[in-house]
Design a protein around this ligand. Structure first.
Ligand code: RIB
Length: 294
């Protein structure tokens, strides 16, 4: 069982040809809402790949809360530890162009999750094969999860987003940290190569279309991305993390797990929405076979 501790949002998405600059209004192409939140996305990515997965998180008492819950159940994510609190659910406002996205995330209920709740779930954490966590939750909750995982020797994959909430003190508690290039620079204030060398086989830097880099203790390893026809990059990192976790609990070697996760992330960006393009295990394996035969 994989346990994800994280946020669940409704994404409010405005698509345009270009991003507006400061003070500018641009004409949009479309407007949609879709399920999101890094925690929910990562849990759904795992479920789509055939893993048994549960999400520990919090939803609001509004209509969005029920939408989030229904989607998680539909996607076969365990929801026994999703708590409902008074007030609004998490919402992310996403500006989307063909090249990229910009996200403002309003935590709402995600920040109502308390460390006491995590303490009550001691057995849930203890019985997990792996725990995934991101930083759209209160820091006290993150610490509580990390301490329990350390105590019970449960491996942890942390996606340090938003990176402003990251603390270097987290490092000894993490099995893997998966920042993107920008997050890596913000967190370590060093070049990617230097940071990776300092944390061998622990720091996996995702570089979008340039793949993933990590240090294996002897040298820098670069795992290529899989080319994709980009529709929407939202959730690519979440798909990567979910697929990585899925391979890790299947005892896959790190480099091969990253190759699989890269293929999953590339498939995810060929469809709209953070969760809309998340692939099944068969789809990822087919993609890898295509790549190998090309
Ligand atoms: O990683 C993408 C996610 O970040 C979006 O779904 C949005 O909800 C924000 O949390």
């Amino acid at each position: 069982m994989i346990t994800v501790v994280g946020s669940a949002n409704v994404d409010v998405i405005a698509e345009a040809e270009i991003f507006p600059v400061q003070g500018e209004t641009v004409r949009g192409k479309s407007f949609q809402t879709a399920p999101g939140g890094k925690g929910a996305n990562q849990a759904v990515a795992c479920a789509k790949l055939g893993e048994t997965v549960q999400l520990i998180g919090s939803i609001g008492s509004d209509e969005f809360g029920q939408t989030i819950l229904a989607n998680l159940r539909n996607q076969k994510v365990g929801t026994a530890y999703i708590y409902q609190t008074d007030g609004p659910s998490g919402v992310a406002v996403i500006l989307l162009t063909e090249e990229d996205n910009r996200i403002i995330s309003i935590p709402g209920a995600n920040h109502a999750l308390k460390p006491e709740r995590i303490k009550e779930l001691l057995d849930v954490i203890r019985n997990s094969q792996l725990v995934m966590i991101q930083l759209e939750l209160p820091k006290s909750v993150v610490w509580q999860v990390l301490k329990l995982c350390k105590q019970f020797q449960v491996p942890v994959v942390m996606d340090p987003a938003p990176s402003g909430s990251f603390q270097l003190d987290f490092m000894p508690y993490l099995t893997y940290l998966t920042p993107n290039e920008t997050e890596c620079a913000a967190i370590f204030g060093a070049s990617m190569e230097e940071a990776a060398e300092k944390y061998p086989n622990q720091l996996l830097v995702t570089l979008g279309s340039k793949g993933v880099c990590y240090h294996d203790g002897e040298r820098l390893i670069h795992v290529d991305a899989v080319p994709a026809k980009v529709i929407d990059t939202t959730g690519a990192g979440d798909t990567f993390n979910g697929a990585l976790a899925s391979q890790l609990v299947r005892q896959c070697d790190l480099q091969q797990a990253i190759q699989f996760a890269n293929a999953a992330a590339s498939l995810s960006i060929e469809k709209f929405g953070a969760q809309g393009g998340m692939p099944s295990r068969q789809e990822v394996l087919r993609k890898i076979e295509e790549m190998n035969n090309a």
